[in-house]
Design a protein around this ligand. Sequence first.
Ligand SMILES: [Zn+2]
Length: 425
Amino acid sequence: MLLRENVIEAVGPTAELTAQADEVIDARGLVLLPGLICTHHHFYQTLTRNLPQAQDAELFDWLVAHYPIWARLTPEAVRASTATAIAELLLSGCTTAADHGYIWPNGARVDDQIAVARDMGLRFHASRGSMSRGRSRGGLPPDDAVEEEDAILRDCERVIREHHDPWRYAMTRIVIAPCSPFSVTPELMRASAELARKHEHVHLHTHLCETVDEEKQCLAEYGKRPVELAESVGWTGSDVSFAHAIHMAPEELARLGRTRTGVAHCPTSNMRLGSGIAPVLAQRDAGMRAGLGVDGSASNDGSHMLDEARHAMLLQRVAHGASAMTAREALRLATRGGADVLGRDDIGVLAPGMAADVIGVRVDDHATAGGSVHDPLAPLMFGRVANVDLSIINGTVRVRDGHVADMDVPALVARHETAARALVG
Ligand SMILES: [Zn+2]
């Protein structure tokens, strides 16, 4: 593969590529793949992994256990967790991630995340997410974890103006992302959609149809199922994606398919919280854009993109039998599928003209032994690969020999643990 600056110039047998290059990387023993694309995460949750009181809770109780802790987030906690989450993503093969930050207390801002992602070289879709309905207004979060709607919308405009890049090969895009129907008002959903659509390539994202509890609450409060509520506030289309999308009626996913609405499938989190099995293949077949997300690190305590693809494949097999999803289909969800969900035609494929986002996974060691001789690709899905060996993002090496380049990871972890203790203590 020949990369020129941040773009793939040629792919083919080595002898057919130019012999001239500033740097030659010997990739013998590696399978090269397009960088994996994570369509849903909450970086800040690395700080609250495995909280004893939330280890065995379902979504609403899990949220209620976490909200007061998250309400103590600080700018430093956001920076430390963002760096930790990105290091983990890079090592697991992810080169582009969408993060869904929706809680911004004590001066924490999405700008803190964007600065860290730029520094570490991750291609980043940053959410200016939000919560506006505290408990006193019938919402689930405590009042000190939410913001005023006018202030949210003003800050969304500011963040787009200061950081959003609509161009090809963009390293930073902004997503407008109210947290969920039970933590904002329908008015904020509608206003968010209007705001996003004034700007090119600014997408909309929220959690939807994650649990039966959400469906019950939505019906009780609005007399509408979650998908109907989303439709009623303009939240369908090729610029909209929903995390989870588990509890959807067949006619609902057919309607969302017709509008090319997207889904971020998060199988590990869905298993962890006992939320259910999303009909991701039926959604894709109906025309929905479908990709994978690891979800936040407090509901998927190992945020590993290769693992996520493996879990997607295995979970569909639990529901629909061994032929439900192939290894290649799982990889496709993690690459082209994710690119579709994020509205990008410049990532997810190794071909001339695409962004130079490439990972290399070793297939000559114990984890793949006996598998890669038969099929070099399948062991990456059927087996468990600890780390990728190589990651190049936008033409720059970010993981070399299985280590994050130019980063003292133990020092980062020490800093992160100080922030995690301060948050919970
Ligand atoms: Zn989530």
